[in-house]
Design a protein around this ligand. Structure first.
Ligand code: ADE
Ligand code: ZN
Length: 332
């Protein structure tokens, strides 16, 4: 791979649509926040933290990810984490981002909802004002918790609807099917919120069908297990329901043993609206451009394919048609 390829990918206008803000917390910032908040970490250095990031599956990652989030205590902490992510967006040519946050990870340990959302929102507003990066925040319900807890979170979000554009569904997938959250997604839809959900990451292709049918989602997060169901692949190609795919995440969490097995380019060539995203970059070893570059290295992705993926990210975003047309006109 050449430097020219990297520069080409970096300059493509891209939207990032699958990024957990808590997953962008780098070990260095984690230490800084721990110090600021008087928290003792079970690690001596950032390198030691990184060495602990050896995952065998989704749950082995989530166990560490939720523990790391404990250093986030004040509004400024949430601001600093979000701002650090936006600086990466600037370097990577991300012109628009629709990041996720997991309020229950914080409210369940006594941090006020308003502390979390006000810190994140202030950074996103600065991102637009100072870096020219637009954004729309998505609140994710934790699917390993109850429907009742998700409803309570939606209730807490009601005074802040101006600060979020949608709801999502994340955390441990297998055993927590989409239908568990059908009613809370319906209630979110009635509030005018967009709906997305993780489905078909570790869970079966059937979860993609049920997320579409019962949660009425507009995008599927991950969705790579659709390859187990050829009829579903055909339907996704026809409807162009977007999949927010995360290549480095999928290999680090052993959805695929090797990037060479990743189906994203096959799905692209079949006409699906697949997009590239970083998921939890601080844990999986790379931000958006690194995810594109991994596809160049392992799958020989061409500049034309990279361009198609970047265009898909604009198409799949919740920007207005006018805003999408503006970005799409910048592709040569
Ligand atoms: N939370 C953060 N990253 C996640 C992922 N890849 N799948 C499910 N939940 C998550
Ligand atoms: Zn995710």
């Amino acid at each position: 791979m050449t430097l020219a390829t990297e520069a080409f990918i970096r300059t493509l206008p891209k939207a990032e649509l699958h990024l957990h803000l808590e997953g962008s917390l780098e070990p260095e910032l984690m230490f800084e926040l721990a110090k600021r908040n008087g928290i003792e970490l079970p690690y001596q250095s950032a390198d030691e933290v990184r060495a602990a990031y050896e995952f065998t599956d989704l749950q082995s990652f989530l166990d560490i990810y939720y523990r790391c989030a404990d250093v986030l205590r004040t509004e400024q902490d949430f601001y600093d984490m979000t701002w650090a992510y936006l600086k990466h967006c600037q370097q990577d040519g991300v012109v628009h981002t629709e990041p996720f946050f997991d309020p229950q990870t914080h409210t369940d340990r006594g941090i006020a909802f308003e502390t979390v959302i006000n810190g994140i929102d202030r950074a996103l507003k600065d991102g637009e004002a100072k870096l020219g990066i637009t954004s729309g925040l998505i609140l994710c319900f934790l699917r390993h918790l109850t429907e009742e807890a998700a409803f309570a979170t939606l209730e807490e979000a009601k005074p802040y609807l101006g600060k979020i554009i949608g709801v999502g569904l994340d955390s441990s997938e297998v055993g927590h099917p989409p239908e568990k959250f059908a009613r809370v997604f319906e209630a979110a839809g009635e509030l005018g919120l967009h709906r997305v959900a993780h489905a078909g990451e570790e869970g079966p292709a059937e979860y993609i069908d049920t997320a579409l049918a019962l949660l009425q989602v507009e995008r599927i997060d991950h969705g790579v297990r659709c390859t187990d169901d050829p009829e579903l692949v055909d339907a996704l190609a026809k409807t162009r329901i977007p999949l927010t795919v995360c290549p480095l995440s999928n290999t680090r969490l052993k959805v695929y043993d090797d990037m060479a097995e990743h189906p994203i380019l096959t799905l692209l060539d079949k006409g699906l609206c697949v997009t590239v995203n970083a998921d939890d970059p601080a844990f999986f070893g790379g931000y958006l451009v690194e995810n594109y570059l991994a596809l160049v290295t392992a799958l020989g992705m061409t500049e034309a394919q990279a361009t198609a993926l970047a265009k898909n990210s604009i198409e799949a975003s919740f920007l207005t048609d006018q805003e999408k047309a503006k970005w799409l006109s910048e592709f040569v």
